[in-house]
Design a protein around this ligand. Structure first.
Ligand SMILES: [Zn+2]
Length: 304
């Protein structure tokens, strides 16, 4: 069984003094791939270094909504250069976070747009963070061309022929109805630890009703530790518990959900499912990614 943690922050300082040990745990847990996610220039640079250091690691670079105040076009240019580094698969996490009262909405919206435009120009996957901002997030993604025919036309479609816009709603917390809207537009949905929480209602409904070809799993480590480890520091090996919960909700085996979400993540990030790349190696192509996913409901034979 192999797992793909589509969103975590292993460059976070909390792992700094035990990163080699963590890498061993990640390998031992069958987490064959993960994406280390940036939130500002400094952390994005760390993610790029992490991806060069560990073969299981890929990087995303971006400015988190609350980190956008005072940004300049030069900062965005620096981000563009970083996005061209080896093993950088996405712009993220970017988006809108209206949770706190002192939110700088104009700044968040402006830089969300500019980073979507950058992702479109650079043909990168877009990793979206949206909190208490459902309507504006969808509107700005649409207006900025994230789901345009021009963009989806540049990527292989999903296995059943639907367009893939390579837009990933990370730690999705919206309604099942909104998830369907996103799926129709070509986005994919990533579920995190909250789906395992006792009070999880909306994300359980999403886990149950979303198309299996649109679902990914993540930890968002060091945050959002799943049951049964709540209260402890989260880490990529715990992505298994989110996959397990989704399997339970859908009545599938853990192996099926693990493999399917692995293949979906490969497609969303443009990686060959079985591609082997050396750390710091060339970017993997995306051409044959679409053929890697099995038919819906068919059993997966793990060839590894
Ligand atoms: Zn995150």
């Amino acid at each position: 069984m192999r797992l793909f943690d589509s969103h975590c922050h292993i460059s976070d300082g909390r792992y700094a003094d035990r990163i080699e040990e963590l890498a061993e745990e990640i390998r031992a847990a069958g987490v064959e791939r993960l994406v280390d996610i940036g939130t500002d220039l400094e952390s994005s640079e760390s993610c790029v270094r992490m991806a060069k250091r560990f073969d299981f690691c890929y990087a995303a670079v971006g400015f988190f909504p609350s980190e956008t105040t005072g940004l300049t076009e030069e900062d965005l240019e620096r981000l563009r250069q970083l996005s061209r580094e080896p093993r950088v698969v996405a712009i993220g996490e970017i988006g809108l976070d209206y949770h706190y009262d002192d939110t700088d909405k104009p700044s968040q919206q402006h830089w969300f747009r500019r980073q979507i435009e950058l992702a479109i120009e650079e043909d990168k996957t877009i990793i979206v963070h949206s909190r208490d901002a459902d309507d504006d997030t969808l509107r700005i993604l649409r207006e900025s061309g994230a789901f345009s025919k021009e963009r989806t036309g540049r990527f292989p479609p999903k296995p059943d022929g639907r367009p893939d816009a390579r837009v990933l709603l990370h730690c999705y917390s919206g309604s099942a109805e909104l998830a369907r809207t996103y799926e129709k537009l070509g986005a994919s949905i990533s579920l995190a630890g909250p789906v395992t929480f006792k009070n999880a209602r909306r994300s359980v409904e999403v886990a149950r009703t979303a198309d299996i070809r649109d679902l990914l799993v993540e930890t968002d480590a060091p945050y959002l530790t799943p049951v049964p480890f709540r209260g402890q520091l989260n880490k990529p090996p715990y992505v298994r518990y989110t996959a397990e919960k989704i399997a339970e909700i859908r009545g599938n085996s853990l192996e099926y959900i693990a493999e399917q979400t692995y293949l979906n993540a490969c497609r969303v990030f443009g990686l060959e499912p079985d591609g082997k790349t050396a750390p710091g190696g060339a970017q993997e192509g995306s051409a044959s990614c679409a053929s890697g996913a099995p038919e819906l409901g068919s059993p997966i034979t793990d060839e590894r």
